[in-house]
Design a protein around this ligand. Sequence first.
Ligand code: HEM
Length: 455
Amino acid sequence: MKLPDGPKLHPVFQLINWIARPFEYLEECAAKYGDTFTIRFFGFQPWIMVSNPEAIKQIFSLHPDNISVGRSNKFIAILFGNNSLLVLDGDRHKQERKMLMPPFHGEKVKSYADSICQITEKVASQWQMNQSFIAREAMQEITLEVIIQTVFGLSEGKRYEEIKPLLADWLDLTATPARSSLMFFKFLQVDLGPWSPWGNFIRTKQKINDLLQAEIEEKRSNPAQQGNDILSLMLSATDENGQPMSDQQLKDELMTLLIAGHETTATALAWAFYWLAKLPEVKEKLLQEIDSLGENPDAIALSRLPYLTAVCQETLRIYPVVPIAQPRTLTTPVEIMGQRFEVGTLLTPCIYLTHHREDLYPNSKEFRPERFLERQYTNYEFIPFGGGVRLCLGYALAMLEMKLAIATVLSKYELALVDKNLPKPQRRGLTLSPNNGIPLVMTGLRETKKSVVLN
Ligand code: HEM
């Protein structure tokens, strides 16, 4: 079958572009080949990049039996393991997703609101007047603590103190484009001892796994400790044959939720603080909206504010933390917008290019939250969390965290950019993050001190 046209560059160089300058490369390809093109990365099947909302709608609507995400995602298994929700397909994906869903949706997510505000306040209270700090690191402290509390129901203890720096260290091993190559080039994945990049990577992961194993054993042997946290839920779940999850399955899912559940949100928050410090008119408008709730606003009322929501949406639109949804491998031939694609084709909804379509987002490089108030975008036009049966499991938690962390900080602290230039989004493993992490400095405390009411 003839695949859509695409760049002729050697696949090694296409992959280097994807690692080193992904947004620029996507833009160059779209300018030349339009909204559907084939990209070829060394060591991977060709990916068909799609940024037409109607085509994305059809891809997101494909029946789960007609696609496999795990097949094209083997390299993700290196990070999270073969039992991660990110690589499961079919019935197992459906069952585990259903089991993991409740803690991330509806009323349950809202119940985390108070902790999110408290954790944000705790981290922000360490900032010193006129001293700079890296927004991304501060936000990662907040989001990691939130996910550890929700996944494990843990907020203190030796294991908790040990796992936090290990997770951060492990993620730092792929924190730059050069280090991210480790994930994409298989020939770099050789263990040459603890000082080699891959050796360090697998040893750090092993240490995290050992701590997760200890946590699992402790919870399992002590039913009184089991609560509403995700690990307890997984420990009590059984499959259709009445079998509980194996330790390996449990560890892979915990790792997935711990990593996917905090890295992305931390980066999105760092970008939000960049835009708020860069654009005083946006910050002022947002502060007016927050202040309109009066002294000590309720956390849930805050999370419903329209301009605050629009600021978060615009942040996720302009530089989506995850540039593409997961590539879907076809397991049956399908037709998308009249074009037939055969079994084995990889269809990839491109989040970044969709978010920069001029017909949807005029002056797409301009940060303008108002666009989300003027127009209702569909789930195929605004897609920071992907869609369909693989829609991000944690999107409601991520949005709540973003809104509450922004409102908590903005209500109390005056922050300024250390470097006013636009940071470059650069690869950080599977995500894209501002290259300088956004250095900020605290320049003052707001006069009308407000704190969010904890109910
Ligand atoms: C701003 C923050 C976040 C962004 C931008 C983001 C983005 C994404 C995207 C694009 C996908 C792929 C969806 C697709 O292929 O259609 C995804 C999947 C996923 N995300 Fe998130 N995510 C965020 C936060 C979170 C959080 C807080 C969690 C916590 C649980 C989480 C857990 C997951 C999981 C488990 C999947 C795999 C879902 C599946 O395959 O069924 N994410 N996310």
